[in-house]
Write a protein that binds this ligand. Structure first.
Ligand code: FES
Length: 111
């Protein structure tokens, strides 16, 4: 039997490196972590999202920054990069990733 880690649909990463941290990303990360547990979005609580801290994502002036990758179909890995994130935007992104829905375009680097 595989550990539940491998049932993760999406991996969401929040930069908690120095410059994003100075804009509140460490508090954002912890608050989001608590929300994922509360809403059962975290992979270990019945959801499909794995949340981890990330080092610098290379766009410090736009932080707090986040990225994700997810696989909705075998062999089709999707990724996205977001800037200027706050708690409501991060929670919305986590819900979308958990449910396999269309990604928000607001604050997305590549849109
Ligand atoms: S410190 Fe977050 S992107 Fe560089």
């Amino acid at each position: 039997m595989k550990p539940s880690f491998f049932k993760t649909r999406a991996h969401l990463l929040v930069c908690t490196s120095e410059k994003c941290a100075s804009k509140g990303s460490r508090i954002l990360f912890q608050t989001l972590w608590n929300a994922l547990e509360r809403e059962r979005l975290a992979y270990y609580s019945g959801g499909h999202v794995r949340l981890t801290e990330a080092g610098c994502l290379g766009a410090c002036q736009f932080g707090p920054n986040a990225t994700f990758y997810r696989q909705l179909e075998p062999g089709n890995l999707e990724e996205g990069w977001y800037y200027g994130m706050d708690f409501p935007k991060m929670l919305n992104l986590a819900r979308v990733l958990n449910d396999g829905n269309k990604l928000p375009i607001e604050n997305r680097f590549d849109q």
